[in-house]
Design a protein around this ligand. Structure first.
Ligand code: GUN
Length: 283
């Protein structure tokens, strides 16, 4: 067995950032500087790391980014007032509220306040609706699933007619991933914590996308030989970053994304894409 071809998300994301930098330069020539504001409530260390990566990547392509840090005990009305202010700020093209929010805050209520035209995370109900009903390319698509579709496209993998199995049904990854695969003519199954015979569903997948947050959970002998395996997991075990898919899958899959260096960099690249799109639409 030769083993799976690794899908190099790090390199593909770097290509995308290079392309975006050119687009940003053109916008800057028209006096438009794409602006992204990230709102971070509390001091969760993982969220802080993500937010800093977003800031670094923005700077690399010429997007003006700003982090608004609020204390953990910020009352919900205060957070909403900040979002409303950002909605009206013409220098801000994209608004991202880092999740998870502290428990006393109703995330859905907060996400609904973001102007859908600035919702670069694609979490506002208007954008979720556009994703499911079309027309294509109108709203904003959540960054991780959009990044995965771009990985497939740039690797030359077509999902039309294939059996795609998504493990995980989160609003951030699983549900929008299912919508995009369906839009691209795959036959989609969504599995979750209550699914019976998960292994059997996985064995049926030509494309398997796993986003469950359980380290090395999916085993090599659950994978169809030659399948495309997309590992969205970001788990830390004994200080080492690992995905939701066990290393044994590499002996069976046709293509697989490594962790780190697979889906992660693509999520950020897609966020930058969405921000540049928002800036262009504001013209
Ligand atoms: N937390 C984990 N992933 C994401 C994401 O894609 N967007 C936001 N806003 N928060 C997250």
């Amino acid at each position: 067995m030769l083993g799976a071809q690794l899908i190099d998300g790090k390199a593909i994301a770097a290509d995308i950032r290079r392309e975006l930098k050119e687009e940003v330069n053109q916008l800057r020539a028209e006096n438009v500087i794409p602006g992204l504001t990230v709102v971070l409530v509390g001091d969760d260390p993982a969220s802080l790391t993500y937010v800093r990566s977003k800031e670094r990547a923005s700077a690399e392509v010429g997007i003006r980014s700003e982090i608004k840090k609020l204390p953990k005990d910020t009352p919900q009305p205060k957070l909403i007032a900040l979002i409303e202010k950002l909605n009206h700020d013409p220098k801000v093209h994209g608004i991202l509220v880092q999740l998870p929010l502290p428990e006393h805050i109703d995330s859905n209520a907060v996400l609904r306040v973001i102007d859908p035209a600035k919702d670069v995370d694609g979490f506002h109900p208007v954008n979720i609706g556009s994703l499911w009903t079309g027309p294509r390319g109108q709203g904003f698509v959540p960054c991780t699933p959009a990044g995965i579709m771009e990985l497939l496209r740039r690797t030359g993998i077509k999902s039309e007619g294939l059996n795609a199995v998504v493990v995980g049904r989160s609003n951030i990854v699983g549900k929008p991933m299912a919508a995009l695969l369906l839009q691209n003519n795959a036959t989609v199954t969504v599995c979750h914590s209550r699914t019976r015979d998960l292994e059997e569903h996985c064995r049926y997948a030509d494309i398997l996308v796993v986003a469950i947050g359980r380290a090395r959970f999916i085993q090599g002998d659950w994978i169809k030989p030659g399948a495309v395996v997309i590992d969205v997991g970001m788990n830390r075990v004994d200080g080492v970053l690992c995905g939701d898919v066990d290393e044994s899958a590499r002996q069976v899959a046709g293509y697989i994304t490594p962790v780190p260096g697979g889906v992660g960099p693509m999520t950020i690249a897609q966020l930058l894409c969405n921000t540049v799109t928002a800036a262009k639409r504001s013209l």
